[in-house]
Design a protein around this ligand. Structure first.
Ligand SMILES: Nc1nc2c(ncn2[C@@H]2O[C@H](COP(=O)(O)OP(=O)(O)OP(=O)(O)O)[C@@H](O)[C@H]2O)c(=O)[nH]1
Ligand SMILES: [Zn+2]
Length: 358
């Protein structure tokens, strides 16, 4: 008999072992290092796998329970489950967090999803394609601490997806771009690199771009109703309030949440700076540290526009995202004041533009 010693040799892959229940739910060292052995038995880790109006659904090793709302947790979170007082379960520190400003006029921040490893920013190779929106979503992912990947669906509906891919790449050179047909066989293969066992992924993008279609393709089911199907829905019910993690056959977890659809930026200054690294690098070379890149002398940004190395439209989008972020991050009173100031700024800019045209 020839024995295979390869597993003992340096650099050999560790022998494959069965993954534990927790690992299958996405558990890993980032969470394990936050707790000691005693806590592990007293308050076993559970993951929030769904959020309903009535509370949280949590799952762990031999645990599958609904707990009432209480802990400041969202789907994807890991909790140390307190069986006696579930509301007191501790939320473990997150790897990433997606949040947004709650609808309405308040300043409340709504937690959308936690511990997502990859966000697929989805748009289509058609009129939905919009660079400003891509920049917003990518900024949001960067800010949440998540690796973004741009997915361009409906590549089958265009003669040549290359121009779309090229435009999307300009958003940031820190993120891959994948064109595909969301229906059928292609997605699991094309997205395999980011759909690893124990990895948690989510799709972000506007309505109709193919998020549900992609989710179904990864799950290998038709579990999520797509628009085509919903249109025939006799009850006319379009929206669901589900926010759930689903496991793919390969062991990747896919988050399905309508809350990810239209997101405003709030407190996302870091993410915006990450997307617009090129502009930040230029700004660092302006003569004045507080340069507003409007009329100041020795402004590197104005110079870059002058010599065509910076697209003025990109600069305008950067300004707009920054303004949106600052506005949403402010309190209501601050916001009213900013609203007035912003109106003035816009009017001033319009006037300056008109003056230049004269
Ligand atoms: N030809 C083609 N059709 C697609 C593709 N992706 C999605 N579709 C179709 O586009 C429609 C919308 O897809 P959905 O998956 O429901 O889109 P969604 O992003 O989940 O939409 P919301 O649930 O409203 O947010 C469906 O009829 C899909 O079959 C694609 O890559 N190619
Ligand atoms: Zn400047």
């Amino acid at each position: 008999m020839v024995r295979d010693y390869s597993a003992f040799l340096p650099g050999a892959a560790p022998a494959r072992r069965e993954r534990t229940v927790l690992e299958r739910l996405g558990w890993g060292p980032a969470f394990a290092r936050q707790i000691d052995v005693d806590a592990l038995t007293e308050t076993p880790p559970v993951r929030v796998v769904a959020v309903h109006r009535s509370g949280l659904q949590v799952a762990g090793d031999g645990i599958d329970e609904a707990i009432p709302p209480g802990p400041e947790a969202t789907v994807g979170d890991w909790l140390l489950f307190d069986r006696v007082r579930p509301r007191s379960s501790r939320v473990l520190e997150r790897k990433s967090l997606i949040k947004r400003r709650a609808p309405g006029t308040g300043r409340d921040v709504q937690l959308i999803a936690a511990n997502i490893d990859t966000v697929f920013v989805v748009t289509s190779c058609n009129q939905d394609f919009n660079v400003a929106r891509l920049e917003r979503y990518v900024a949001l992912a960067f800010d949440a601490g998540i690796e973004p990947v741009i997915v361009l669906t409906k590549a089958d509906l265009t003669e040549d997806p290359a121009p779309y891919v090229e435009e999307a790449r300009k958003v940031s050179d820190r993120m891959p771009v994948v064109p595909l047909d969301a229906r059928g066989e292609e997605p699991p293969e094309a997205l395999a690199e980011w759909c690893k066992p124990g990895w948690t992924v989510a799709f972000l993008g506007s309505s109709g771009v193919g998020k549900s279609t992609l989710t179904n393709a990864l799950l290998g089911t038709q579990a999520i109703a797509t628009q085509g199907i919903r249109e025939d829905d006799a009850r006319g019910q379009h929206t669901t309030t589900r926010r759930e993690l689903h496991a793919t056959p390969g062991g990747c977890l896919v988050l399905d949440t309508p809350g990810m659809r239209e997101l405003q930026l709030t407190d996302a200054a870091t993410g915006i700076a990450d997307v617009f690294e090129d502009i930040a690098a230029l700004a660092a070379r302006c003569r004045f540290a507080d340069c507003r890149h409007e009329t100041e002398p020795d402004c590197a940004i104005l110079a870059a526009i002058e010599d065509d190395s910076l697209d003025p439209a990109r600069l305008a989008r950067w300004r707009k995202l920054q303004a949106e972020d600052a506005f949403n991050s402010a309190s209501l009173a601050e916001r009213r004041e900013k609203d007035r100031a912003f109106g003035k700024l816009v009017r001033g800019a319009m006037k300056a533009k008109l003056d230049r045209k004269r």
